[in-house]
Design a protein around this ligand. Structure first.
Ligand code: ADP
Ligand code: MG
Length: 281
C-alpha cells in the first residue's frame, strides 16, 4: 500500500472515469455504464442492506455492462461480499432495485437467479477431490443442482468439445485426467471457475480469486478472467492491487457500503478520498 502511495502521489480529486487507456475489447463497457441507459447487464440502484441497524450497503448504486470486466476493491467490511450476496439472492436488501437485464432479481429465488445466468465462484473450494478435472467439469455441465439429473446424464460430442474448450480457457487441458485433489491451489481455483463457466453464465462473480496463489498463478488468473470476459461479464473482488492493475479494467472502490470512486486503476489510486480511507497517507 505504501508503495502505491509513493508511486501515485495525491493529485486533484477526480471522480470521473479516465478517458485514456481503453482496453482493446470492443464490448468492454469501459466507457461509463450509464445507470439509466438500459444498456447495463446488471444494475444496482439505491440498495441498502442492514444487519442489526448497521448498514453493510448504504444506498449503493452501480452498474455493469454486458461482457464487462470490473474489479471491486475496498477495505475490509466495505460491503463487497454483501454486494455479491445481494446479486445472487443470498441476502435480501431492505430497499433498492437490482436488475439483471429486464429481470428484477429481487423477485427471484437464489436458485432461479443462478438459472438466469449469474454464476458465483466462492472462496472455499467445492471441487470433488476424488474426481478428475474432466469428471468435475462433466458434473458441472450436466447439472450441479440436481444429483439425479447428473446420474442420468449422457455426454454428447458437443459437451465433450465444450469441456475441452473450458479446460483450455482455465489452463487445465494438460491435467484433465488428474484427480482434482492433487491439483495446486491455483489450479483448483481455475477448475472452480471452469465449473461455473460450464453453466454458461452471462455474469460471473469472483470473490478474492488471488488469495493464496503464487505470483505465477495470479498472472495466469488475470489472463483467465480477461479471456472469460470476452464472452460474459465478470465482476472480481480483489485485495491484491497488482492483480487488479493487471486486469486493466474499470475499478469500483467501495467504502462503508457506498461507491467511493470509480474509474481506471490510475484514476482511483490518485483519488484523494481513496488515498484517505483505503491506501492510507
Ligand atoms: P467486505 O467483503 O467488503 O469485507 P462484507 O460485505 O463481508 O465486507 O461485510 C460488510 C459489513 O457487514 C461488515 O461490517 C460485516 O461484519 C457485516 N456483515 C456482513 N454479513 C453479515 C451478516 N450476515 N450478519 C451481520 N453482519 C454482517
Ligand atoms: Mg469479503
Amino acid at each position: 500500500m505504501t508503495e502505491l502511495k509513493s508511486k501515485y502521489p495525491p493529485m486533484t480529486l477526480n471522480m470521473a472515469p479516465a478517458p485514456e487507456h481503453q482496453p482493446s475489447r470492443a464490448l468492454s463497457g469501459y466507457g461509463n455504464p450509464d445507470l439509466n441507459s438500459g444498456s447495463s447487464l446488471l444494475m444496482i440502484q439505491s440498495v441498502t442492506v442492514s444487519f442489526d441497524g448497521f448498514k453493510a450497503l448504504n444506498d449503493l448504486s452501480f452498474a455493469v455492462a454486458e461482457r464487462e470486466l470490473r474489479a471491486i476493491i475496498g477495505p475490509n467490511g466495505a460491503g463487497k461480499t454483501t454486494f455479491m450476496d445481494v446479486v445472487t439472492g443470498k441476502t435480501r436488501p431492505d430497499r433498492g432495485r437490482v436488475m439483471f437485464g429486464a429481470t428484477d432479481l429481487l423477485r427471484r429465488t437464489e436458485a432461479s437467479i443462478a438459472q438466469l445466468g449469474i454464476g458465483r465462484k466462492f472462496q472455499r473450494p467445492t471441487v470433488f477431490e476424488e474426481q478428475t478435472v474432466f469428471e468435475n467439469l462433466t458434473l458441472a455441465l450436466a447439472n450441479p443442482r440436481s444429483p439425479s439429473a447428473s446420474i442420468a446424464y449422457r455426454m454428447s460430442a458437443g459437451d465433450r468439445d465444450r469441456i475441452h474448450e473450458i479446460a483450455g480457457l482455465i489452463h487445465l487441458s494438460d491435467v484433465l485426467d488428474v484427480a482434482s485433489g492433487s491439483l495446486s491451489h491455483g489450479q483448483k481455483q481455475w477448475l472452480e471457475i471452469g465449473m461455473v463457466l460450464a453453466q454458461q453464465p452471462r455474469l460471473l462473480l469472483v470473490d478474492e480469486p488471488a488469495a493464496g496463489m503464487t505470483p505465477a498463478e495470479r498472472d495466469r488468473t488475470v489472463t483467465i478472467l480477461r479471456n472469460v470476459a470476452e464472452t460474459c461479464a465478470v465482476v472480481v473482488i480483489e485485495h491484491d492491487m497488482e492483480f487488479v492493475r493487471n486486469l486493466s479494467c474499470r475499478v469500483t472502490v467501495l467504502n462503508e457500503g457506498m461507491v467511493l470512486a470509480e474509474g481506471s486503476m490510475d484514476d482511483v489510486v490518485r483519488n484523494e478520498d481513496v488515498i484517505d480511507v483505503y491506501l492510507g497517507r
